[in-house]
Design a protein around this ligand. Structure first.
Ligand code: PLP
Length: 518
């Protein structure tokens, strides 16, 4: 058996090079079947004191064959397997575009509160008042954060929110008596944008960003016409840059009767600082599983609410949660944001003739909403604003610290993420992929690579707000060291990673012919 703790491939230098990577014990793990011993068992049941009666064999079929193991065997097996994984709880995870941030554990605890966790969506409204109140309040908070008029929490993820938003735009044009054919989508858009537009029957009209990485009003004006339903803009865009001309662009689109779709997946950069509703956006999706405290990346459920202006509210999915204020509240409160609910009732409204209908069963992904609600309440408005300030500060700190080492295609202040390329290293035959693989030997998850597509050999880094200065400095040092290795010893990078249990994988076969059974 190969010694798991030594460096592979004759790679001598790794203990110096690895500054933060583990050098502790990593066990080779055998299959449970190999550990199985006849008669070993994890439970002991009291001696039977009732008469035995055989089960109807036709009902149970053949008993499954299972490995025989003690409780400790099983606990160690799965604990060790979990340690092979890398997540934000084990180290820095600087994936750009996806906001893989640390989500405070308190929000997990609140979401597991038994009253919520065991609530059944088919319970009567009278018995679901707390759940409906939470949904209503969360919609109000998200409307406040985005500066929009109404929110639905139904969509199951960001791309599903995009579909909902595009269906709203489609329904709006249909209602106005003239359906349109096209949607403008800039080259910095997320790949899901054109897909969502296509699902609604729109043709995507691709336009290029300007030399400084953001859209120009001229590029939009050149293609906007009365056959164009609107534009989909990611802001901050996928280069991590704020679309500074957004207001002017929105005016151009509105002047021709079009609507502006905002991809708000990058809200982590602007919460409490700018409200999309004040920029001329008509419909925006959020990713609760990026910005608002739900871990993601494991393919678990997400939530992609959309926020809309008044004109689009009639098209939102049903049911809508409506608040019926108590008599005293109606008299006493003129404060729109008053969520004090003493005596108020919440009810589900289905009778919305222009609604796009249902997008998901029941109320959407309720557990994700609870985490977001808990996150917003525990952070408060100042806390959320600080999240965005720190996310932006950290990304700019990395950008400034590394720009002499890696080519920076857009040398200007960024938002929550920064984009480098492999241009300085490619003369030595070192690519973005090699550097991303090598950074694992230093104990970091690789950043996003080769995205956005508009940048050749992109390395996209999003540190997020929660990483400490020490961790970010270690990450910066690691990348500087990788840049040095690219000059001095490219072979190290070409064979990286050296320390993980597996080195380079055949990613194409892994995707095309996955082996899902051991
Ligand atoms: C993640 C992301 C999406 C898609 O969201 P999902 O929840 O993965 O469907 C859309 N746009 C941008 C900019 C994103 O980062």
């Amino acid at each position: 058996m190969e010694d798991q703790n030594s460096c592979r491939g004759g790679f001598q230098n790794c203990l110096n090079a690895q500054q933060t990577a583990a050098s502790g014990l990593i066990f080779k793990e055998r299959f449970l079947w190999e550990k199985s011993r006849e008669g070993r068992c994890a439970i002991s049941i009291p001696t039977q004191d009732v008469e035995e009666s055989p089960l109807d064999a036709s009902l149970i079929g053949d008993a499954p064959e299972l490995p025989q193991l003690s409780e400790l065997d099983v606990v160690r097996h799965y604990t060790r397997l979990s340690q092979w994984n890398f997540g934000v709880d084990s180290g820095m995870y600087p994936l750009g575009s996806c906001t893989m941030k640390y989500n405070p554990k308190t929000n997990e605890v609140q979401a597991a509160t038994s009253g919520f966790a065991t609530a059944h969506p088919l319970l009567d409204e009278d018995l679901s008042q707390g759940a409906l109140e939470m949904i209503y309040n969360l919609e109000q908070y998200l409307a406040e954060i985005t500066g929009m008029d109404a929110v639905t929490l139904q969509p199951a993820a960001g791309a599903h929110g995009e579909l909902a938003g595009m269906l709203a735009i489609h329904a709006y044009h249909a209602k106005n008596g003239h359906q349109r054919k096209k949607i403008i989508i800039p080259d910095t858009a997320h790949g899901t944008n054109p897909a969502s537009a296509t699902l609604c029957g729109y043709e995507s009209i691709n336009i290029h960003s300007g030399d400084d990485g953001i859209l120009t009003p001229e590029a939009v004006a050149a293609v906007m016409d009365e056959e164009t339903a609107g534009i989909m803009i990611t802001n901050p865009n996928t280069l991590g840059l704020f679309e500074e001309n957004i207001k002017e662009i929105a005016k151009i689109v509105h002047a021709k009767g079009g609507l502006v779709y905002g991809d708000g997946a990058n809200m982590n950069a602007i919460m409490g600082i700018v409200k999309p509703g004040e920029l001329g956006i008509d419909v925006l999706h959020l990713n609760l599983h990026k910005t608002f405290s739900t871990p993601h990346g494991g393919g678990g459920p997400g939530s992609g609410p959309i926020a809309v202006v008044k004109a689009l509210e009639p098209f939102l999915p049903v049911p809508r949660v409506k608040k019926i204020p108590s008599a005293s509240e109606q008299l006493s409160s003129k404060d729109e944001c008053n969520l004090n609910t003493n005596g108020s009732k919440y009810t589900l409204v289905y009778d919305k003739p222009d609604s796009m209908g249902r997008l998901l069963t029941f109320h959407g992904h309720f557990g994700i909403m609870l985490r977001a609600y808990s996150y917003i309440l525990s952070m408060g408005s100042e806390g959320l604003t600080n999240v965005s300030k720190l996310a932006v500060l950290n990304a700019n700190y990395i950008k400034e610290s590394l720009k002499d080492y890696f080519h920076l295609p857009y040398n200007r202040p960024c938002m929550h993420e920064c984009v480098f390329t492999d241009k300085f290293q490619s003369d030595n035959g070192v690519t973005t992929l090699d550097m991303a693989k090598r950074i694992m030997d230093y104990g970091f998850h690789p950043p996003t690579v080769y995205f956005p597509l508009v940048v050749h050999g992109a390395i996209m880094i999003e540190p997020t707000e929660t990483e400490s200065k020490e961790t970010i400095d270690q990450f910066i040092d690691a990348l500087k060291s990788v840049a040095q290795e690219a000059k001095d010893n490219p072979a190290i990078l070409k064979a990286a990673p050296h320390l993980p249990k597996l080195s380079r994988l055949d990613e194409v076969s892994a995707a095309r012919k996955p082996v899902l059974r051991g």
